[in-house]
Design a binder for this molecule. Structure first.
Ligand code: HEC
Length: 88
């Protein structure tokens, strides 16, 4: 993820352009296919899940990533210590 652009829009515990990874971990905690879903979102991009906090800015697609890379990134995000996102 350091070689990609992830950390220019995300930090682990603070809002940047995108949601903090700790909030993402909180939101999907205990959801069965969260890793698959997030891996798809990392590759394809998308919007709408964090509008209240991002103001509707979309997550850009990353088509250059392999499925294995996207999955590893999703797993890493889901492993962060979950923190409840602030109410926007
Ligand atoms: C240009 C800024 C930008 C970059 C670069 C970026 N993101 Fe995001 N990301 C966002 C925004 C904005 C959202 C919120 C999208 C939404 O509202 O659904 C987001 C959402 C996410 C989510 C949560 C998805 C969901 O549906 O809840 C994950 C996981 C994520 N990004 C991972 C990554 C990873 C991994 C990378 C690097 C490969 C990356 N992001 C690069 C802006 C960015």
């Amino acid at each position: 993820m350091k070689q990609s652009d992830c950390f220019s829009c995300h930090s682990v515990d603070q809002k940047m352009v995108g949601p903090a990874y700790a909030w993402v971990a909180y939101k999907y905690k205990g959801q069965k296919d969260a890793d698959v879903k997030l891996a798809q979102k990392i590759k394809a991009g998308g919007a709408g899940n964090w509008n209240a906090l991002t103001g509707g800015v979309p997550m850009p697609p990353h088509p250059q990533l392999t499925d294995a890379q996207a999955k590893a990134m999703a797993d890493w995000v889901l492993k962060q210590k979950p923190v409840e996102p602030p109410k926007a």
